[in-house]
Design a protein around this ligand. Structure first.
Ligand SMILES: [Zn+2]
Ligand SMILES: [Zn+2]
Length: 706
């Protein structure tokens, strides 16, 4: 450990020791607080315990209704069939209720009404905000409003999108997607619901992009066409090219007003009467990455975007000079800082160059076979290093995977990558070379089922099948949630006899590191926030715990006062006032739009059905009745999907057919409305099925009258 490092550590430890009594006090304070239960009025679950509304209906109408009701009741009684089941109806209802709670919990993880937020940084001193409080908040007409509409406190990181608003001017920063994960069957990704922007379209003056990762530009295809095409869209050349590539997938590619920025020129763009913006070059894991400075009537806002600190970067160092200049001359009144790796202690222990060296070592050590390297397709620096290491060893490189080839093309055009002469070859040509001359760079490091790596295992890939002399490198870490998929891919590779080398498992092969995260670690945040010395602090780009830990760091280590730190949720309006304070003031409508892998929208109700069916199945009965007599004309058709296999269930099917015959016979005299009859059949069949199997599939009765 060098002296500088020791000094820094000592300083940190001292700071933390000094703040320890404060932290203890915070906990005591929290314990004394009057916790507003979710069931209290205004709480998240208040409606579940709400008292029934007062009876105001006139007695006469009531009486009429009562008679009608009792008539319907006695008719229903007449149609009743003995189900000969051993379970009580209550048991079935209980099962259905639990199931529906599970389905709702799974399907509405990303639905944002008033989120539960009792953090001490929630802007209401740890009290849960209520609808009434939100309604009574008086907006300050002279405040600058910061409104995150995606990317904060969600399950997974993504969907990043922020609005900055002043009077009738708005700027929009980033338009990301969030990949939905296994909880949302058949959903590929979700994008922010931009109703608020759609309602105020005429106020949007500029759209800015920090960088080209999909969690920042992935929703462009759906959202940009909704805006006036004359609105300027700012970003670096690599970012704009990646957006254009996205837009080119549309059937009607709109002509948009793209404005390429060069952050190192330190240009300020007056995008509206009151907003001026400046892009700052910062380091991340993609070319053309920036932070954004927004100068507003109430002060200067620094949006960090995604960033990491490197002592020895591959490209140009973060523009600390410009940042220091801004801090010194103007001061940062509000900092929005990303939170992704706030839980990773220390700082990056190595550089991208070390990753390159490790990949070279792999090529040396496994010199007799093909080397297949899988990494994120936007890791252009990593790809440059692979090309360099391969060229030095006389290996040719082929790229595989749609996004991989796309991104390399964009990088070549934007001059973001240096390519050694005669090193890149097409996949179809590379198979003509001897194995020891081959290096393949591909997608699939997250274990995606349809990505190249998995197709190479199963033999579904057009040119390559994994063989036992191959060495496969995972130059990446699994994104949380993807671990099981990665394991299954690794297992598949090992079964084919390949050598697999993963980042973080250096002890197995003595080769590593093989990956460098694109996001700053804890100590990097401490240093950077100290350097920027912001007056107000808003953690963003993170799940709730990340935001919380980021806020705690700001208060306990940096020393920013608690009332100048906010943990916001998507949809919160944060007012940045003339006297340079921040406070929450109301909410806007936010939410998600879900899309499948054909880019088609998926409704939330469809997701709920899919989850229900995936757990319990679906059961359809088709009855054909004589229009005149009401008698069953033929044996009812029964279809069971994802529930029970009918050929093995003769007894149950017999019981159901028997029930249906009785039920239709008994219904003839009362001739109930179709809707009522269907409902009764649905309920009875569900009960019979529950009694036999313990499950309540979706039951659909279809009645034809001929
Ligand atoms: Zn990023
Ligand atoms: Zn990001």
């Amino acid at each position: 450990m060098n002296l500088k490092e020791e000094e820094r550590r000592a300083r940190l430890l001292k700071m933390r020791a000094e703040r320890l009594p404060d932290i203890k006090k915070q906990f005591e304070e929290a314990q004394k607080r009057n916790f507003n239960s979710n069931f209290a009025p205004g709480g998240k679950d208040a409606k579940l315990v709400a008292k029934p509304a007062k009876k105001t209906a006139a007695k006469a109408t009531k009486a009429v209704k009562e008679t009608a009701k009792s008539k319907a009741k006695s008719e229903a009684e007449a149609r009743k069939v003995n189900l000969s089941v051993s379970t009580k109806k209550g048991e079935m209802v209980h099962h259905q209720r639990m199931l529906s709670q599970d389905v709702n919990a799974q399907a509405t993880q990303h639905i944002i009404g008033i989120p539960v937020n009792k953090s001490r940084y929630n802007g209401y001193n740890g009290e849960q905000v209520t609808n009434a409080k939100i309604k009574s908040s008086r907006p300050d007409p002279d405040a600058v409003r910061i409104i995150p509409i995606g990317g904060l406190g969600e399950f997974g990181i993504g969907k990043n999108m922020t609005i900055i608003e002043y009077k009738s001017e708005m700027i929009v920063i980033d338009m990301g997607v969030l990949f939905a994960g296994d909880d949302y069957p058949g959903v590929n990704y979700m994008i922010p619901d931009i109703k608020y922007l759609e309602d105020n379209m005429q106020n949007v003056k500029a759209i800015l992009f920090t960088h080209a990762h999909l969690d920042h530009i992935g929703a462009c295809r759906h959202l940009l066409p909704k805006f006036n095409p004359l609105i300027p869209i700012y970003g670096t050349d690599f970012t704009i090219d990646m957006i254009k590539k996205q837009m080119s997938e549309l059937e009607d590619v709109p002509e948009l007003n793209y404005q390429v920025v060069q952050p190192l020129k330190h240009e300020k763009y007056q995008v509206s009467e009151h907003f001026s913006v400046e892009f700052i070059h910062t380091l991340h894991s993609i070319p053309g990455n920036t932070a954004i400075v927004v100068r507003t009537p109430n002060g200067l806002i620094y949006l960090s975007g995604d960033w990491r600190h490197e002592e020895n970067p591959m490209g140009i160092q973060t523009d600390y000079e410009r940042i220091d200049e801004i801090v010194k001359n103007e001061g940062i009144d509000l900092m929005l800082n990303e939170s992704t790796n706030i839980d990773s202690p220390g700082r990056h222990p190595h550089s991208e160059f070390d990753v390159g060296d490790s990949l070279g070592k792999v090529m040396d050590h496994y010199a007799n076979g093909r080397v297949i390297i899988s990494c994120f397709s936007s890791q252009i620096s990593r790809i440059e290093l692979i090309l360099k290491e391969a060229a030095a060893r006389g290996r040719k490189v082929a790229f595989s995977g749609f996004s991989m080839i796309n991104n390399v093309e964009v990088a070549l055009r934007a001059k973001s990558i240096k390519v050694p002469k005669d090193t890149i070859m097409k996949m179809e040509d590379i198979i003509k070379l001897p194995d020891e001359k081959v290096c393949i760079v591909c997608t699939g490091s997250q274990g995606e089922l349809n990505a190249v790596l998995n197709r190479m295992i199963t033999g579904a890939h057009k040119f390559i099948k994994i063989k036992s002399t191959d060495t496969v490198v995972f130059s990446s870490n699994p994104i949380p949630g993807n671990e099981p998929h990665v394991v299954s891919t690794v297992d598949g590779l090992l079964r084919e006899g390949a050598q697999v080398i993963q980042n973080g498992k250096t002890h197995l092969t003595n080769i590593g590191p093989l990956h460098l995260s694109g996001h700053a670690y804890y100590e990097d945040h401490v240093d950077f926030v100290t350097r920027l010395h912001p007056t107000n602090y808003l953690p963003y780009h993170g799940e709730f715990y990340m935001l919380q830990h980021n806020a705690e760091m700001a208060e306990n280590v940096i020393g920013i006062p608690k009332d100048r730190i906010l943990i916001a949720d998507d949809g919160d309006i944060i007012e940045f006032t003339k006297d340079k304070k921040i406070k929450k003031s109301g909410r806007i409508h936010v939410g998600n739009k879900l899309y499948d892998d054909a880019d088609q929208p998926v409704h939330e109700a469809v997701i709920k059905d899919r989850i229900h069916i995936s757990r319990e199945g679906i059961f359809i009965i088709v009855l054909t009745l004589n229009k005149k007599t009401g008698h069953l004309m033929k044996t009812p058709d029964i279809v069971s999907r994802a529930f029970i296999y009918l050929d093995n269930s003769e007894e149950l099917i017999g019981k159901i057919r028997h029930y249906l015959r009785q039920k239709t016979d008994k219904s003839i005299s009362t001739d109930p409305e179709m809707k009522v009859l269907k409902e009764e059949i649905k309920e009875d069949i569900t009960h019979i099925l529950f009694d036999a199997t313990g499950h309540t599939p979706i039951v659909i009765p279809v009645i034809n009258k001929v």
